[in-house]
Write a protein that binds this ligand. Sequence first.
Ligand code: SAH
Length: 341
Amino acid sequence: MKFFFDYERPELAEIFNPPFRATQIYKSVYQRRFEDFERMTDLPKPLRADLAEQWEIRLPAVHRRFDSSDGTRRYLVRLKDGEFAETVFIPEENRNTICISSQIGCALDCKFCLTGQLGLTRHLSAGEIVAQVLVAQRDHSSSDASFNIVLMGMGEPLHNYDNVMKAIRILHDENGLNMSMSRITLSTAGLLPGIERLAKEPMIPNLAISLTGATNEKRNALMPINRKYPIEQLLDAVHRFPLKHRQRVTFEYVLLEGVTDAPEDAFALVKLLQGIRAKVNLIPLNEAEELSYRRPSDAAVEQFQQILIDHNISAFIRKNRGNDISAACGQLKKKWAEVPA
Ligand code: SAH
């Protein structure tokens, strides 16, 4: 069986005869949300039966769902080989956000990240990435009108470059979900060759850089990837990254008590971002038993933010959402994957 969500529409147009069937089926799957070919009464009946034998259009099952008191919902999406992709739906006033994973585990080993402790099990296919969005959306039928997608779940998206970009093209397809690129954000720990490749794509999502450390010394200790692609090279690539009118690069900065939260860290960050159209998201650490770092006090977080603002850098404090349902990246899988639904 071929997993329908793994295919771009132009690929399907090569497979189906006549090619316009590709568009027809795409619309039925992505817009009308049919999960059964029998419902596609605009297709000849024998074709429907044929398709049902060859193509899987049912979405993967939700192994478990965790509902936070703040409305955040986390899903463990069960994949064909029994692995779980972690997906989060975050309701916001104007627009909802769906946070999706690009890999099972991660190879980068950032010291404050739980997914890093899992190591990399495997890449997700394009369809497995796309399906997470549909699963989360299906569960929110009335409120799904407008939503953003962030690639900030498990995994390093640029380490799974081809599948991630394919998934983005599928989500963007006008006969599919028709997601605008400005509503998709790809977050990277700083895989330099991937950033350079992304800069040359015809369709480019928003870029977020996980910085968490404004000097090589700090970043080397927290994020081993920095030893390969040091901060100056990373920032240089960001300088060259093509931006649209009024578009900015987001820098994510995890605040770790006594490690990245001092005023001098904020000053170093200010210096680093000089001349970059940047926006900073400050993320107070999501604490977990397995992590040896602490979350700073609210006062320290606010002081850090104020220093950035005083230097004309837009800085936002990211609320820790879904704390009561194991909010930290990778936490959910670690705790719950073994528990039967
Ligand atoms: N690999 C990509 C995307 C996944 S991580 C990247 O690094 O950007 C998504 C974000 O969560 C990153 O900004 C990362 O720094 C942050 N993060 C990881 N562990 C965290 C924790 N325990 N608390 C708060 N933020 C964390």
